[in-house]
Design a protein around this ligand. Structure first.
Ligand code: GAP
Length: 427
């Protein structure tokens, strides 16, 4: 864990936010490599959940949202954690995490637990009163429910069909921590899949399999993944059945994604609150019903952390220890690094030509500092699957060396064939 956190800081994946001011309460900024990798995680989710399907459409709803949404969804009343204060050292804790002893000073003199709402409240406009209150969304899901009719009418979909969304959510977590595992600002990737009421259990099974396979396909080994059913006490207020996709984090199993059968809870709740009938009318059969919802809800930032942890490796190459991120090439920040053998001026024009040849196809890094061996190590450490080296022979034969990250094997390829060659290896 510590090695990955260090690597993230040192190489520009993830920085503590406002670091020059001493940091800001478990918030993080994504650096030049982190932003590329996070985009890739989200891109792969969108590809599998939207692009490759004809029964899912996307939306991008507002982050600032009406209190009426959260009244209907139950978040204003029940999206709370039980909070206790230690009377001796004044630390504040989640009651369900500590039992009857303060982890800081060992005192048993704790206040009664009280419900603490996790939503961030703000005010829209110049007046700070109840009428101008708004909330930063604590989940992207409600944006899909309140747009159910809009999407139904404009997309011409019929159940089973889904609405997908990726975006930021905010929760005033009492105990953020474990790096970006639990933060107050994070990104979610959620699908609300609307199905005929009697098909709920079938689609819950379907999405559990699909989602587990998504993590596997992107490189997380089977022994680091599991599906765990929620016990009845654990279920959220809206759920009739939930499974968590869990990852073996360094501190133990932790949730990557929840897959819930939300039944007709949300559409009914918003129908009551808004006075609009959120239901589906089947013109063929004349049947009218409120669809049930299966919801695979993943965290993009949390998934990125799991992919980094799963990819981290150390091995020995030519008698030298190296750190290597064995990231799937679809998730790696750069797919290719172009490296002139040295800083010699004569290599630069061809190296730049090769870079410009590859840039329209892949995210490329270009680096001419330091000895070539050290530059290979740098690329291994950030997970770049392919390095392309331009050397002095290249000036004569217009061929370059391509080097594979995991095996470190090298092959000579003509510049004219480079795009096809890398294309077949990166496909
Ligand atoms: N709409 C349902 C929902 O939001 P959730 O289990 O509370 O369900 C879904 O959240 C996913 O969002 C989690 O599995 C996790 O990956 C991510 N997530 C939730 N809270 C988070 C936090 N404080 N920091 C980072 N990721 C978080």
């Amino acid at each position: 864990m510590e090695k990955v956190v260090n690597l993230c800081k040192r190489r520009g994946f993830i920085f503590p936010s406002a670091e020059i001011y001493g940091g800001f309460r478990s918030t993080y900024d994504y650096g030049p490599l982190g932003v590329l990798m996070l985009r890739n995680v989200k891109g792969q989710w969108w590809r599998s959940m939207v692009q490759l399907r004809d029964d899912v459409v996307g939306i991008d709803a507002a982050i600032l949202s009406s209190p009426r949404i959260w009244e209907a969804s139950g978040h204003l009343a029940t999206f709370t954690d039980p909070l206790v204060d230690c009377r001796r050292c004044k630390e504040r804790w989640r009651a369900d995490e500590i039992g009857d002893t303060c982890p800081n000073c060992g005192s048993h003199d704790l206040t009664e637990a009280r419900a603490f709402n996790l939503m961030f409240k703000t005010f829209v406009g110049p007046v700070e009163d109840d009428a101008s209150a708004a909330y930063l969304r604590p989940e992207t899901a409600q944006g899909m429910f309140v747009n159910f009719l809009n999407v139904l009418q404009t997309s011409r979909k019929r159940p089973p069909f889904g609405i997908a969304q990726i975006g930021k959510s905010f929760r005033n977590e009492i105990t953020p921590g474990n790096f970006v595992f639990r933060t107050r600002e994070f990104e979610q990737m959620e699908l609300e899949f609307f199905v005929p009421p009697d098909e709920g259990p079938k689609w819950l099974d379907y999405w559990c399999t699909e989602r587990l396979n998504w993590y596997r396909d992107l490189g997380i080994a089977d022994d680091k993944l599991r599906l765990r059913a929620h016990s009845p006490e654990e279920l959220s207020h809206y759920s009739k059945g939930t499974y968590d996709v869990e990852f073996a984090f360094p501190w133990g199993w932790g949730e990557l994604e929840g897959i819930a059968n939300r039944t007709d809870y949300d559409l009914n709740a918003h129908s009551v609150q808004s006075g609009q009938r959120l239901e589906y009318f089947d013109q063929g059969s004349g049947e009218r019903y409120v669809p049930h919802v299966i919801e695979p809800a993943a965290g993009a930032t949390r998934a990125m952390m799991a992919f980094l942890l799963a990819a981290y490796d150390e091995d020995v190459v030519s008698g030298e220890k190296r750190t290597v991120l064995r990231l799937d090439q679809r998730l790696a920040p750069y797919q290719v690094a172009v490296l002139p053998l040295s800083r010699n001026e004569s290599l630069r024009p061809l190296a730049r030509e090769v870079l410009h040849l590859l840039q329209p196809h892949w995210m490329c890094d270009y680096d001419e500092t330091q000895a070539i061996g050290r530059r290979y190590r740098r690329q291994d450490e950030i997970g770049t699957p392919w390095c392309v080296t331009v050397d002095f022979d290249s000036l004569e034969d217009r061929a370059v060396t391509i080097r594979e990250r995991d095996s470190t094997e090298q092959v000579r390829v003509a510049v004219g064939a480079l795009v096809d060659e890398l294309g077949s290896r990166l496909s």
